[in-house]
Structures are given as structure tokens and as C-alpha cells.
Design a protein around this ligand. Structure first.
Ligand code: ADP
Ligand code: ZN
Length: 666
């Protein structure tokens, strides 16, 4: 046997943005003796080359004769230590491969490499460009936010204020003080459709448009922005959750706007909650984070109660605007025709609104014309061939659409089951159908429909918002994307077609989400001079959620909900993880899921529920079975899961999705 190279080789570990755990050892490039940790390098990888990041000293686990050399070091600042720790932390917590998390830091491998022609005039922000005069309450709140960075250990702070109380103005003060220190400030938004309206406000406040980071940008723009952020030139960044992973050299503040939003949860690839990871990122960087919401999540409120988070509260709406009066419309009292969904009190409200030249919004969280189409002759329901879901009927396009997998088909002429012609009936309302009803009953009203499938770019959302602001629309009908922070001064009436939607079903967060959504919708009304009114149509006016909303009593709702969560061992008292097994063959899926459950570590603190079919038992042709893991907060759930799953071999034909702190239960 020949002895291996006797001279100790100085190697470095490099992580590449591929779905792989761990890092690989490489030799430094010839010309450089020393490599900074965090250096961005190009390495041979398999048969190709890849960009990667130097993570530290080599592990020594690659035999000397197999060691490859780093090809070159890119002319970029090294990825800062906090960013690397953050990647490790997220990978460790979510059980995602380190390389997959690094991929989010790169945004996309092609972005990292500067191109010759690239020139980006990075905007310069003036913290004092246009400072509004804050009212007393706002001033006090802004002071607390601006002083937090001076603490030795800044805490997350909840900025808790009713819609229209000026939360945005207040957190802008925190941004201003961050900019004055020359540090980078990041504002996260749950959805990109919301960016336009805020960008204009930020531009007015700071004299320049923030540097954006989200999937709506083209590749060139993304590259320029990535470079400017990584070099620390971009000081004010507005982005979607993915912006959290960028390699900020000098991040001084994070703001999570609408922190309660479910859209912060990424459900595919690396499964993580943007708000929670933002709190982690702030902690690792020892910087303050502001969580802003009119309807904070139960988790955040509970953290405030326990003293882990600070809180500042804005009680009043800015100026003269009052919170609207909320009326429940008890739908059991009215006999509506099968194709009608607007009860007399709401219709009367709409008439009055039109008569006085004000605007109204009708809210229904269902896209299309009808959520279900059935055959009147045989009762057959038109279902997605790939999912356990009904097909939504879209009348305008004459098509049926699955909103889970994007499957679409023409509405057939004959029933596929019994062959009867022209016997299809649309069941239940979608926003298109509500528009149709309003058109027949209030023909003089100018309508517009706002749903995520009609507004998929920030520009189209902005166009609609503009035309609403110019009062070219009398009644805006839409899904929950309307609940977002838009401000329409002449909007005085909000009608919620089905306030019960969301209260049913086995989702432990249903009540919370309904409470938040209805509060947000109520918050859209009466933000100007005129008082607002809200009608909630419900068949359960005695439900605790409805009562709490009418009274505007969040504490009462919270106490009820927290007691329930505790009794059922749910977050924030217990920790949850879901393991979803999916595959094309149902027997294979169930067998594997059952074996997985059997192999769970024993112990009385760690409970495994299931496997049971997921609520969407079939999605995009894949069958889905789920295990729920419940553990006390004292258990390190990620570590326990990792240990357990290490011994499990997942067949190539199956997929196992691990979701720590699941948010949606579909
Ligand atoms: P929130 O974010 O809490 O919903 P906003 O910050 O959007 O509230 O404020 C609601 C409206 O009131 C906006 O049009 C905003 O410009 C205005 N406003 C709030 N505070 C002030 C202030 N101090 N000076 C001027 N306008 C303000
Ligand atoms: Zn489908």
C-alpha cells in the first residue's frame, strides 16, 4: 500500500447551491494563498462547474488524490458571516439541504456574476426628504422603534395598530434612523401585488424608490439589484420573503409588514415561514425587527404577552377617520333565490352608497363564477382529474379551472357521467357571479372584479387601485387580495358575502384567519372623511368570532382561541411538524407512511398522529398521506426528526415533504 500524501494540504469547504447537504473540500486556487471565509468561488462539480461559497476550513474527508482545485475567486465581497450562519440555521431548522438554502442567497446562480455592461445607478435615500408631522401617539411609537437598536440586545417589536392608524408612517421613522446610520434597511411584504402602492409612498418619504427584490423582476434587474445589495450599496430594500436570504453586508433593520399573512409561508422547496425566519435573521445579526399588523398573529401576540417581544400600539385612526360600524346580516332570516347571494340589508346599503356618490367593496374569497358545477340529471360533480378538488367554473372564459394544479378544460356540452345535454348547474358563488348579480340588481353601478387570477402583476394591481382612487369604479368585487393595505378615501361600505367561509373545515387556524380577514376588510371602509359601514353576511351570528368582530374585541377573541389551542396541544403552546408522503401509487404511499409512523422514536412527549389522507388526498396526480408530529416546546423537534429520518430510506418514486410549524393544513 502506498502512503497517502504526507504533506498536509490546506483545503477549504465549499457549499454549492444544489440540493445537497454538507460541503465539499477543495484546494485553494493556485495564485491565492489565503481565502476569506465566505468568498464566492467557481469550482468543478461533477461534469460541470458551479459557483459556491467558502464555508470554512476543509473537513479532510476527501482523499488527497481526489481533491479538486478551486477554479477562481469572484470579484465580489465575501458572503458575510451572519448570512452564512443564517443559511446553516435555516437548513438545520427546516431539515432542508444547506445547498438549497444557499440557492436562495444566490437568488439564482447567474445573478451573482457581474456582467461587463452592467451599470446600475443605485438610488440614494434621504432619510429626511419628506418627514410627516406625526401625531402624539405615532411620535411615541416611532421613538420606541428608533431607540431599539441602541439596546444591547434589540428585541422584535410588534407594531400593533388599527388599519389607517399610520403604522407605515411610524416604521418609516425606524427606517430613517437606520439609513442615517448608513445601514441597510429591509422591508418585507407578503405579496408582490402590494408593492406599487407602497413604493410610491416610500419614494415620497425617502426621495427615491426602494431597491426591489421579488419574482416579478426580470433577470437583468435581479442581477443588478443582487450586486448592489451584496456590495452594500443598496440601502433600502423592499422585497418578498426571499429577500431575507440575500447577503446583506450591513443590515440594520427588518420590517415585516402585515406579519400575520399566510403568504409569508413558503410551501414548496425549502419550507419555511418568512416572518419567523426574519426574526431569526434579526437575532443572528443582533438588529431590531418590526412586525407590523392591524391583526397580529396569535403567535406574535403570545410572544408579546410572554415578554419575548416588545410592542407599541396605535389606538386611533389617523385624522378624523373612525372605525366603521359592523352589522351582522343573519342570512337565516332571508329567503334568497338560488342564484342570489346578496341579502336585502346589504343591497340597500349598496343603493345608499351609490346614491351618495361613495364607493363600496364586496368581498368573497372565491375566484371565478362558481366553485362547483354539477349535472342536474344525475348529480355528477365536475372534479379535477388530478386532484381531490372541484373544478371552478369561469363563465367569461367558458372554462373549468382547478386552482390547485392549474388544470383547465372547456365546460363540456354533455355530462361525462350520464350523457345528459345542457343540464349543468353552477353551485354557489364566485366573484364573477356576484358581479353578475350586482349588474342585474344595480344596473347603473360601475363594477370591477379584483382577484389574483385577474391581477397577477404589480402593474395591473396598481391600474385597478388608480381607477378606484379616481372614482371610475363604484363597486369593487374581489377576493382576499383586496384585504391588503390599500387606502381608498371614498370607500364607505364593505360587504362580506360569506363571512362563514373559512370557519368550517379541520384547519386549526380557521378562526384566527377569519378573524383577521374580517377585521382587515372592515379596516378598508371609512378611511377618509366619511364614516364607514360593514355588513357581514353569516349563518352563524352567535359564533364567538362573529361576536368578537362586531365588538372589535380582540382580547376576548384571543383568550378564547388561546384556550382552545392549549387544550388541543396546538401552537403556540406545542410544536407541530407535518410529514407528507406523496406518490403516484396509492398503495406504495400508504405502506410507506405506515412504516414511517411505526419507526417513530418512542417516548411520551413526542406524539405521532396518523398517517391519514391529507385534506387534498390527491394533488397533481399524486396521492398524499400525512403524519402530524406534536411535541412540547421544550423538545428540539428538528433534531429529533433528523435523527429519526436519517435511518429512513425514501424510495425514488415517493416524496417526503417535511414542514416544521405547518401553517396551512391542506
Ligand atoms: P396603516 O399602515 O396603519 O394602515 P397608514 O400609514 O397607511 O396606516 O396611514 C393611513 C393614512 O393616513 C395614509 O394615507 C397616511 O398617509 C395617512 N397618515 C397617517 N399618519 C399620518 C401623518 N402623521 N401625517 C400625514 N398623514 C398621515
Ligand atoms: Zn387539479
Amino acid at each position: 500500500m502506498t502512503k497517502k500524501s504526507a504533506i498536509p494540504l490546506k483545503t477549504v469547504r465549499v457549499v454549492v447551491p444544489a440540493p445537497l447537504d454538507g460541503a465539499y473540500d477543495y484546494l485553494p486556487p493556485e495564485e491565492s494563498g489565503l481565502l476569506d471565509p465566505g468568498a464566492i468561488v467557481e469550482v468543478p462539480f461533477g461534469r460541470r462547474t458551479m459557483l459556491g461559497v467558502v464555508w470554512g476550513e476543509g473537513n479532510g474527508d476527501v482523499p488527497a488524490e481526489k481533491l479538486k482545485q478551486i477554479l477562481r475567486v469572484l470579484p465580489l465581497p465575501p458572503v458575510p458571516e451572519t448570512s452564512r450562519s443564517f443559511v446553516d440555521w435555516v437548513a438545520n431548522y427546516t431539515l432542508a439541504p444547506t445547498g438549497s438554502v444557499l440557492k436562495m442567497l444566490f437568488g439564482n446562480e447567474t445573478l451573482v456574476e457581474p456582467k461587463k455592461k452592467d451599470a446600475f445607478a443605485c438610488p440614494v435615500f434621504d432619510p429626511d426628504c419628506h418627514q410627516p408631522s406625526l401625531n402624539e401617539e405615532q411620535h411615541a411609537a416611532a421613538k420606541i422603534l428608533s431607540e431599539e437598536p441602541q439596546r444591547e440586545k434589540p428585541r422584535p417589536i410588534l407594531l400593533d395598530g388599527v388599519t389607517g392608524s399610520g403604522k407605515t408612517e411610524v416604521f418609516c421613522e425606524a427606517i430613517a434612523s437606520c439609513l442615517r446610520q448608513g445601514k441597510q434597511a429591509l422591508v418585507l411584504l407578503p405579496e408582490i401585488a402590494m408593492t406599487s402602492a407602497l413604493i410610491d409612498r416610500f419614494a415620497a418619504r425617502f426621495g427615491a424608490r426602494p431597491v426591489e427584490w421579488h419574482s416579478g423582476l426580470g433577470n437583468r434587474q435581479r442581477r443588478l439589484h443582487w450586486q448592489a445589495i451584496a456590495r452594500g450599496e443598496a440601502k433600502f430594500i423592499l422585497g418578498a420573503r426571499s429577500a431575507l436570504f440575500l447577503p446583506y453586508p450591513d443590515l440594520g433593520l427588518i420590517v415585516v409588514d402585515e406579519e400575520h399573512e399566510a403568504a409569508y409561508k413558503q410551501e414548496e422547496g425549502v419550507i419555511y415561514h418568512g416572518r419567523d425566519m426574519a426574526v431569526v435573521r434579526a437575532h443572528l445579526g443582533n438588529i431590531p425587527i418590526v412586525l407590523s399588523s392591524a391583526t397580529p398573529s396569535l403567535e406574535t401576540l403570545s410572544n408579546v404577552r410572554q415578554g419575548k417581544y416588545g410592542a407599541v400600539v396605535l389606538h386611533q385612526r389617523f385624522g378624523t377617520a373612525e372605525m366603521p360600524a359592523i352589522d351582522l346580516v343573519d342570512m337565516r332570516k332571508y329567503k334568497l333565490a338560488a342564484h342570489e347571494f346578496i341579502a336585502p340589508p346589504l343591497l340597500e346599503g349598496l343603493r345608499q352608497t351609490l346614491a351618495t356618490g361613495q364607493q363600496a367593496m364586496l368581498f368573497l374569497n372565491r375566484r371565478g363564477y362558481a366553485p362547483l358545477t354539477l349535472c342536474r340529471a344525475c348529480g355528477h360533480r365536475l372534479q379535477c382529474p388530478r386532484c381531490t378538488a372541484w373544478l371552478t367554473q369561469h363563465k367569461q372564459s367558458g372554462r373549468l379551472h382547478c386552482h390547485h394544479c392549474d388544470y383547465t378544460m372547456r365546460l363540456p356540452e354533455k355530462c361525462p357521467s350520464c350523457g345528459a345535454a345542457d343540464r349543468f348547474a353552477a353551485c354557489g358563488p364566485g366573484v364573477e357571479r356576484i358581479a353578475e348579480e350586482v349588474k342585474t340588481r344595480l344596473p347603473e353601478a360601475r363594477l370591477s372584479v379584483m382577484a389574483s387570477d385577474t391581477l397577477d402583476t404589480p402593474e395591473s394591481a396598481q391600474a385597478l387601485v388608480d381607477s378606484m382612487a379616481k372614482k371610475e369604479i363604484d363597486i369593487l368585487i374581489g377576493t382576499q387580495i383586496m384585504a391588503k393595505g390599500y387606502h381608498f378615501p371614498s370607500l364607505t361600505l364593505v360587504g362580506v358575502i360569506d363571512a362563514d367561509l373559512g370557519l368550517s373545515g379541520g384547519d386549526p387556524r380557521a378562526s384566527e384567519r377569519t378573524f383577521q380577514l374580517l377585521q382587515q376588510m372592515a379596516g378598508r371602509s371609512g378611511r377618509g372623511e366619511e364614516a364607514g359601514r360593514v355588513f357581514l353576511q353569516t349563518v352563524s351570528p352567535d359564533h364567538a368570532v362573529m361576536k368578537a368582530i362586531v365588538k372589535g374585541d380582540r382580547d376576548a377573541f384571543m383568550n378564547l382561541e388561546l384556550a382552545e389551542r392549549e387544550a388541543f396541544r396546538l401552537p403556540p403552546f406545542w410544536r407541530l411538524a407535518s410529514l407528507t408522503v406523496s406518490g403516484m401509487n396509492v398503495n406504495e404511499v400508504t405502506t410507506f407512511a405506515q412504516n414511517l409512523a411505526r419507526s417513530a422514536p418512542a417516548g411520551d412527549t413526542f406524539r405521532v398522529l396518523g398517517p391519514a389522507p391529507a385534506p387534498f388526498a390527491r394533488l397533481r396526480n399524486r396521492f398524499r398521506y400525512r403524519l402530524m408530529i406534536q411535541a412540547p416546546r421544550t423538545v428540539n423537534l428538528s433534531a429529533t426528526l433528523r435523527l429519526w429520518l436519517k435511518a429512513i430510506k425514501i424510495p425514488r418514486t415517493l416524496r417526503l415533504a417535511i414542514d416544521i410549524d405547518p401553517f396551512s393544513f391542506l
